[in-house]
Design a protein around this ligand. Structure first.
Ligand SMILES: [Fe+2]
Length: 331
């Protein structure tokens, strides 16, 4: 894949950028959350997005769109363009207990060791994990000073390689782990969710894995301690995902949009260093997208997981009573 970039990177043409900019102008002063595919008309780009979406949901699981000229755009314009492209792919889900449909991946000075802080609010390196929606999209507004390399690993390959190298560890990874909900708890649910790492289902390997959520789940009353074997299985998975020949590295450039299918791809990033000046700091816009044409999901991912809408897709962190919103600044 590293040598076949043309199969997973598309650089926008001038015509496509003009089409996207025209769509941004056409929405006028509409609230971002009110922008629907119909309100953000993309006569030719939408066809390309439909193909890319199939590749992300039902093919290799990842794609990179390169060259959106966000460098010279105000934040609202970049956010509208990104949202508009996103709603042609799926429905935006809440990414946290504050109801953010548009997320900001930016170091806001939180300590990742705090039980309720999330990786996206820090500059810490993040181990391989999946997010809580069908697709996660990141738009790079600014890559930061140094580091912050994105790496991905295909979960089906991970499963097959564990089967080949350490089959004794697979049962552990196919039994539910108790992962914290980071205090963002839907009504009537435990402060943790029971989800195995590997969930073969209807001909697909569905994977869900957030090591930090399992680790923090261990601090909750009522959660059984992890056995040594299960710890070893998680360590083995982490090590395997980072190996040459399994992981694929991507260095974000300004204007890059990375799309990943969370059921098929684990992602991670290295720690990063920022500039002193706030206006130059690393800043990514994030979308979590639910897709009704995503792969069928086992009950762990729907009934027992973080709630669902009528369309039955993982729905991020929706907390009753919290209004959905799309902030233009990191909070
Ligand atoms: Fe993530």
């Amino acid at each position: 894949m590293a040598e076949q970039c043309s199969s997973w990177i598309h650089e926008w043409s001038a015509d496509e950028i003009a089409e996207i900019e025209m769509a941004v102008v056409s929405v006028g002063t509409l609230d971002i959350m009110d922008i629907t595919p119909a309100a953000f008309a993309l006569p030719t780009v939408a066809k390309r997005l439909a193909k890319i979406k199939q590749q992300v949901l039902h093919g290799p699981g990842f794609f990179l769109l390169r060259g959106l000229p966000v460098k010279d755009w105000p934040i609202r314009k970049a956010a509208i363009a990104y949202w508009g492209l996103g709603v042609h792919i799926g429905r935006a889900c809440s990414q946290n207990g504050k109801g953010h449909l548009l997320g900001h991946v930016k170091n806001i000075g939180l300590n990742y060791d705090h039980p309720q802080s999330r990786g996206y609010q820090t500059s810490a390196g993040l181990s391989y994990h999946t997010d809580s929606a069908d697709i996660v999209g990141l738009l790079c507004l600014r890559p930061g000073k140094e580091g912050g390399l994105s790496s991905i690993a295909p979960s089906t390959t991970l499963y097959n390689e564990i089967l080949r190298r350490r089959p004794d560890l697979l049962v552990s990874l196919m039994t539910p782990f108790q992962r914290t909900r980071w205090g963002e708890i839907p009504e009537g649910k435990d402060p943790w969710a029971d989800v195995p790492v590997f969930m073969p289902y209807k001909g697909r390997m569905i994977t869900h894995y957030v090591r930090s959520a399992i680790r923090k789940g261990q601090l909750l009353a009522g959660v059984p301690p992890l056995t040594d074997t299960r710890m070893e299985a998680l360590d083995f998975l982490d090590t395997l995902a980072a190996k040459d020949g399994i992981r694929l590295d991507m260095e974000f450039r300004t204007g890059d949009i990375q799309l990943l299918c969370n059921h098929a791809i684990l992602h991670s990033r290295t720690a990063y260093e920022d500039y002193e000046e706030p206006e130059k700091r690393r800043h990514l816009l994030r979308l979590w997208l639910a897709c009704t044409d995503g792969p069928p999901l086992p009950h762990w991912m729907t009934d027992a997981y973080e709630g669902k809408l009528g369309d039955g897709r993982p729905n991020g962190f929706e907390v009753p009573g919290v209004a959905l919103n799309a902030p233009l600044e990191a909070e």
